[in-house]
Design a protein around this ligand. Structure first.
Ligand code: KIV
Ligand code: NA
Length: 275
């Protein structure tokens, strides 16, 4: 399994880091078999697998449950779990307890926190306690209610300067990695070049140290629409719905199950039973 030091080395060597989300046993197996460097148990699971409107509904016990399943499917892949909405804002003690549960109970290798400002202190405290922390800047979906929607961030000179400052503060506080979401590629590039720690982009162009995408977006699995920055590499939906339709038709017309899918008892035993 790769470790935080390996990701630093990858940045230094200009080796791109490929991160993908996973939420359960099969998606984790796909991620590991496909060679992903890092799995993110993102709170996007609220939308992708639980059907919520946003990540705000996701709880600590949700991510613990899903991280356990992911680790069973991908023991050898470094796994970061999102700290859910309001689990790291109340105080240091609550933050520590939540991180403890994610690492000790669920088996996460690191945690991810959204935001800057006071969150910088949380990142420092967690790092001092031995918890590897990935910071998440730019578009931070847990704040969608405050941001007023999912919009590109850092589009003005002032906003871009603030993002760079926030990123530097996170590095200073001990973050081992930064996820940068939905920012112009020029801003992402300058932040990437200004930091020693790896910057993983999503909707942040091709100049970052790596990329992250959501499993269900990559597979087009139960998603109605995707953002501009998403690229799908498969289409589970166009395969999946006809598969269900064929199954239903064959059950109704008796074509399924055929002999091929049916168990049988030998003649002698049949005779003893009914003969
Ligand atoms: O929850 C998530 O999937 C994320 C990524 C989009 C970075 O935070
Ligand atoms: Na997230």
């Amino acid at each position: 399994m790769k470790r935080t030091a390996d990701f630093l080395k990858m940045k230094t060597n200009n080796d791109k880091i490929a991160m993908i989300t996973a939420y359960d046993f099969p998606s984790a197996k796909h991620a590991q078999s496909g060679g992903a460097d890092i799995i993110l148990v993102g709170d996007s699971l609220g939308m992708t697998v639980l059907g919520y409107e946003s990540t705000v509904s996701v709880t600590l016990s949700d991510v613990i449950h899903h991280t356990k399943a992911v680790k069973r499917g991908a023991r050898n892949t470094f796994t970061i779990t999102d700290m859910p909405f309001m689990t790291y804002h109340v105080n240091k003690e609550e933050t520590m307890k939540a991180a403890r549960a994610l690492m000790q109970e669920a088996g996460a290798d690191a945690v991810k926190l959204e935001g800057a400002g006071e969150i910088v202190d949380r990142v420092r405290e967690l790092t001092e306690a031995g918890v590897p922390v990935c910071a998440h800047l730019g578009l931070t979906p847990q704040s969608v209610g405050v941001m007023g929607g999912y919009k590109v961030q850092g589009k003005t000179a002032e906003a871009a300067r603030k993002l760079l400052e926030d990123a530097k503060e996170m590095e200073q506080a001990g973050a081992f990695m930064i996820v940068l979401e939905c920012v112009p590629y020029q801003v992402a590039e300058s932040i990437t070049k200004s930091l020693a720690i790896p910057v993983i982009g999503i909707g942040a162009g091709g100049k970052t140290d790596g990329q992250v995408l959501v499993y269900h977006d990559i597979m087009r699995y139960g998603v109605d629409r995707t953002a501009k920055f998403v690229k799908s590499y498969a289409n589970f939906d166009t395969e999946g719905v006809p598969a269900v339709q064929s199954y239903v038709i064959e059950v109704k017309n008796g074509a399924f199950p055929s002999d091929e899918h049916t168990f049988t008892m030998n003649e002698e035993e049949l005779d003893r039973l009914y003969g």
